[in-house]
Design a protein around this ligand. Structure first.
Ligand code: IDP
Length: 136
C-alpha cells in the first residue's frame, strides 16, 4: 500500500549544499517525489509544524533554526514511505542514534542541526502535508 510522508531538508542541509545528495538517496531508495519546493518557512508554519514540541527547552531555538534560511519541502510517496524515509534519514541524534550510511549518520553532528525532517506517523504526515502543501 502506498503512503505519503512530508520531508524537509532543513536550512543546514540547504546551506551546506546537500540538496542533491539527499534527493539522490530518496530516489535511489525507490521513493517518488510528488511535490518539491524551495521556500522560506514562516514563523507560523514553523510553529504549526513543531506544535508537539511547544514548551520544551529547545523549542524557541528550533523555530529560529527552521526559519533561518530556505528549506526544501517535499511530499515523498511509496510503499511504507514514512518508515522508509526515517530509515534513510537516521535517528534524531546524529551521533548517538543515527548509524553510518544514513543521512544524519553520514553528514550531521548536532541534534538540532540534523539536516532533515520526516513525518513520524500517517496522522502526522496528513497534518504536515496539509500545512506545507495545502490542497495536496
Ligand atoms: P525527528 O526529527 O527525528 O522526528 P523529534 O523528536 O520530532 O525528532 O524532534 C524534532 C526536531 O527537534 C529534531 O529533528 C531536532 O532538530 C530538534 N530536537 C529534538 N530534540 C532536541 C534536543 O534535545 N535539542 C535540540 N534540538 C532537538
Amino acid at each position: 500500500m502506498t503512503e505519503r510522508t512530508l520531508v524537509l531538508i532543513k536550512p543546514d542541509g540547504v546551506s551546506r549544499g546537500l540538496i542533491g545528495e539527499i534527493i539522490r538517496r530518496i530516489e535511489r531508495k525507490g521513493l517518488a517525489l510528488v511535490a518539491l519546493d524551495l521556500r522560506n518557512a514562516t514563523r507560523e508554519v514553523a510553529a504549526g509544524h513543531y506544535a508537539e514540541h511547544e514548551g520544551k527547552p529547545f523549542y524557541g531555538d528550533l523555530l529560529d533554526f527552521i526559519t533561518s534560511g530556505p528549506v526544501v519541502a517535499a511530499i515523498v510517496e511509496g510503499p511504507r514511505a514514512i518508515a522508509a524515509w526515517r530509515q534513510i534519514a537516521g535517528g534524531t541524534d546524529p551521533v548517538e542514534k543515527a548509524t553510518p550510511g544514513t543521512i544524519r549518520g553520514d553528514f550531521a553532528l548536532e541534534t538540532q542541526n540534523n539536516l532533515v525532517h520526516g513525518s513520524d506517523s500517517p496522522e502526522s504526515a496528513a497534518r504536515e502535508i496539509a500545512l506545507w502543501f495545502p490542497g495536496r
